[in-house]
Design a protein around this ligand. Structure first.
Ligand SMILES: *[C@@H]1O[C@H](CO)[C@@H](O)[C@H](O)[C@H]1NC(C)=O
Ligand SMILES: *[C@@H]1O[C@H](CO)[C@@H](O)[C@H](O)[C@H]1NC(C)=O
Ligand SMILES: *[C@@H]1O[C@H](CO)[C@@H](O)[C@H](O)[C@H]1NC(C)=O
Ligand SMILES: *[C@@H]1O[C@H](CO)[C@@H](O)[C@H](O)[C@H]1NC(C)=O
Length: 195
């Protein structure tokens, strides 16, 4: 096959997938998300560690601003492990996800009143969005593409919690208000994790 045909196939295979994120989202952060509103850990550390060690080497890093052809294999692995993702039909099981999040965050008192509403806000939006339902394409032959749905749901929940941060957890510094403005313009939660 010549390079033109391969190029065409690659271009059409990513149709409908989420667009590349605005690269400037990652630039100019003067505080980290955790310095502004420290969110509780939402998935059990032992599961996250297991999924990280299983998929880290199999997940080439995609630089900010470059379109991803798949979601996060680590997040999909976590969701599958807790029964929150069905690999057969690319669907989320929101009650299993809720149970895992509420169990892991049981001691995060300030956030308890917010978690259900963030989950209930995000699930209907994410689970029906065609860009997250698009077929993922793996950049390497050793595994299948990983779904866009699990990381999209976590992104939405973290953004919702951050934007509704309990007052006693919120650092109202100007740099933090900047991060809030950024995610209001469509930047991902990942883009404000590092300084
Ligand atoms: C997807 O598969 C799961 C597990 O087999 C099943 O419980 C669920 O109802 C299915 N969802 C859809 C929309 O087909
Ligand atoms: C959150 O929802 C679950 C399941 O619907 C319920 O059992 C739990 O009491 C709710 N928690 C809060 C704080 O509203
Ligand atoms: C945060 O600071 C801004 C001004 O910089 C002020 O308008 C706002 O009310 C403050 N919010 C809180 C929660 O203190
Ligand atoms: C990219 O993101 C930055 C920061 O939020 C914003 O100021 C800018 O308008 C965005 N550009 C586009 C093309 O969306």
């Amino acid at each position: 096959m010549d390079i033109f045909i391969i190029g065409l196939m690659l271009a059409s295979s990513v149709l409908g997938q989420p667009p590349a994120e605005n690269k400037t989202c990652y630039q100019g952060n003067q505080k980290t998300a955790a310095e502004c509103c420290p969110l509780p850990r939402m998935m059990e550390k032992s599961i996250a560690d297991m999924c990280n060690s299983k998929y880290k080497a199999l997940s080439p890093r995609v630089p900010p601003g470059v379109r991803k052809t798949e979601g996060s294999c680590v997040t999909q692995c976590i969701f599958t492990t807790i029964g929150g993702y069905n690999e057969k039909n690319n669907t989320l099981n929101i009650e299993a996800i809720r149970k895992a999040i509420l169990t892991t965050t049981a001691n995060a008192k300030a956030f308890l009143p917010l978690l259900n509403s963030s989950i209930d806000h995000c699930y209907p939006i994410i689970s029906k969005d065609p860009q997250f339902l698009a077929t993922p394409v793996s950049p390497i032959p050793e595994r299948e593409g990983c779904s866009f749905l699990p990381p999209a749901l976590m992104n939405c929940i973290k953004i919702d919690l951050f934007q509704n941060c309990p007052q006693k957890k919120w650092n109202n510094a100007t740099e933090c208000q900047r991060l809030n403005e950024k995610i209001t313009t469509g930047c991902s939660f990942s883009s404000i994790v590092s300084g």
